[in-house]
Design a protein around this ligand. Structure first.
Ligand SMILES: Cc1cc2nc3c(=O)[nH]c(=O)nc-3n(C[C@H](O)[C@H](O)[C@H](O)COP(=O)(O)OP(=O)(O)OC[C@H]3O[C@@H](n4cnc5c(N)ncnc54)[C@H](O)[C@@H]3O)c2cc1C
Length: 243
């Protein structure tokens, strides 16, 4: 295969009913939910930033399969807590035995682990995918994180073999203008030599500003950038790929 070639895959779209086995608080604003279910047979999620649909009555929302263990038949999803919405109402009342219907992933874009370095830029909604990427990267490959979080209490520890350099950017210190904070952090970042993969997942206006900075100002090759809006301020159920 050619170097740095992203591989697109389609999967069988199927609804599955899962049962919660465990709810765990990772930080004040991040809750981990573990599920099991016979329906997980045949579930696949080859890309770190795959998304599945979670169904809450008539509403459905996108979430990242944070960890899938085919041998144990378990799926983990991490919920970044915010003020309100069907997903928030569900997770706040979930406990062992609570059921949830999911669908997907319908497709994946698999990014090869053949880049010289990686740069991951996100807010809390992107942290589950970032954590998965870190767990999947090869040993020793440099990976920098520029991560907007509400406060230092939101910093998470990840298991990784990669050379991980996180820069946590707490909003109670840096201010609420997340686009400006991340743009500044990108200007202070020492862009390594070689080919780099850049991933961006954040609130819509923030993700756009970061992508513009990476591609427009730093002239990073757009084909090595994957940027997405993971939510939109003031709007329910918003999702958009920016590349
Ligand atoms: C591909 C993809 C993967 C995602 N993976 C995850 C994941 O693994 N974990 C996760 O927590 N989220 C993830 N998200 C984000 C999640 O889908 C949205 O945050 C979603 O809007 C949450 O639904 P809700 O019912 O809580 O709120 P909604 O009903 O959609 O929105 C209600 C209100 O809350 C606001 N809002 C929504 N999300 C946030 C937020 N994160 N912070 C602050 N305000 C918000 C909206 O602007 C709106 O005003 C992902 C999104 C995408 C597109």
């Amino acid at each position: 295969m050619k170097r740095h070639e992203f591989q697109r895959m389609r999967h069988e779209a199927r609804r599955r009913t899962l049962t919660v086995t465990r709810v765990q608080s990772l930080s004040p604003r991040m809750t981990r939910v573990e599920f099991e279910g016979e329906d997980l047979k045949g579930f696949v999620s080859p890309a770190f930033d795959d998304h599945i649909k979670l169904f809450f009555g008539d509403a459905m929302r996108d979430f990242t399969p944070r960890r899938f263990d085919a041998a144990r038949g378990t799926l983990t999803i991490d919920f970044a807590l915010h003020a309100d919405g069907p997903a928030m109402r569900w997770v706040r009342s979930a406990g062992p035995g609570t059921r949830l219907e999911i669908g997907g992933p319908r497709g994946s874009i698999v990014v090869p682990d053949d880049f010289d370095w990686n740069l991951l830029v996100c807010d809390e909604a992107g942290l589950p995918a970032l954590g998965r990427k870190l767990e999947e990267l090869r040993a020793g490959v440099p990976v920098t994180g520029l991560i907007s979080v509400a406060s230092a209490a939101e910093q998470l520890e990840f298991e990784t073999r990669a050379a991980w350099s996180p820069r946590w950017l707490p909003r109670d210190v840096e201010g609420e203008d997340v686009a400006a904070t991340l743009r500044r952090a990108l200007r202070e970042f020492t862009w390594p030599r070689g080919d780099g993969f850049v991933w961006v997942a954040a609130e819509s206006s923030v993700a756009r500003a970061v992508r513009d900075e990476v591609v427009g100002v730093h002239k990073h090759p757009p084909e090595w950038v994957k940027a997405a809006s993971y939510w939109k301020r003031g709007e329910a159920d918003s999702h958009e790929r920016l590349d």
